[in-house]
Write a protein of this length. Structure first.
Length: 252
């Protein structure tokens, strides 16, 4: 009687390189017949246009004599910025405003190891979350014209991340199975089922460095007239969605 030994075949397939195969020893499983398996991996990526932008607009005021004066001035400017932004966004589309990182504190300087009071500082940061990407440059420009001082961040994102991940994971999983079939056929066998499968999906952060500072602040140095510079164009670019599938398929 001939003794039959079933050997396992371990195949690794990387997205950017040809298949690489490596043999493995016989596999023992708790069944009436030993099984081999093939391991494959596939990484897919997709470029999509962002549909949401979030920008942080700060209002910073200061006064050398009174904290209350700095607070009052900050509130007056912030109220004007809020009033404008409320009319510029579309809450029905999921747009919103929120306040974050409000601070009011004295500022000290150090000279020869000695601390001395310099001024009171108040800062209020307004987060604008909107799908109106075509209006964000105008929103920033107008906010600065109303007295906002700094744009701290500008981040583009996807509102339908789960949907995009589902689509690309489906694609990656199908390609992984095709690769398993190719490997199995080359080894003279066929795929009989899934041993295990691991997946992951990620979206790269699309962050734009701050592009704006309030040019009105230059008035004190006589460097600018009363006109506010025209808003600089903002390009959203694209966001990349990555999906990775690592799977082990039984052979028969």
């Amino acid at each position: 009687m001939k003794k039959i030994v079933v050997m396992s075949l371990l195949g690794a397939a990387i997205f950017s390189v040809p298949f690489v195969f490596s043999p493995a020893n016989a596999v023992s499983v708790n069944s009436s017949q030993d099984k081999g398996y093939v391991s494959v991996s596939y990484t897919a990526e997709k470029e999509v246009s962002p549909d949401t932008v979030e920008v942080a607009i700060a209002v910073r005021t200061e006064d050398k004599k009174s904290m209350q004066t700095a607070i009052k001035e900050n509130k007056e400017i912030s109220d004007k910025v809020y009033e404008y932004l409320r009319g510029a966004i579309t809450p029905a589309n999921g747009d919103y405003l929120k306040t974050t990182n409000y601070t009011a504190s004295p500022h000290y300087v150090y000279n020869s190891g000695k601390r001395s009071f310099e001024k009171y500082e108040v800062s209020n940061c307004i987060i604008v979350h909107t799908k109106s990407l075509d209006k964000i440059a105008q929103m920033i420009d107008k906010s600065l014209a109303l007295g906002a001082t700094t744009v701290n961040s500008l981040t583009f994102s996807l509102s339908e991340k789960d949907k995009e991940c589902a689509d690309i994971l489906t694609q990656a999983t199908k390609q992984a199975r095709k690769r398993a079939d190719v490997v199995a056929a080359a080894a003279g066998t066929t795929v009989s089922g899934i041993k295990n499968i691991d997946t992951s999906c990620s979206v790269n952060a699309n962050y734009a460095a701050p592009q704006y500072r309030n040019m009105l602040m230059a008035k004190s140095a006589g460097a600018m007239d009363s006109a506010v510079a025209e808003a600089a164009p903002i390009e959203a670019g694209v966001i990349k969605v990555y999906a990775n599938v690592n799977a082990n398929f039984y052979l028969k």
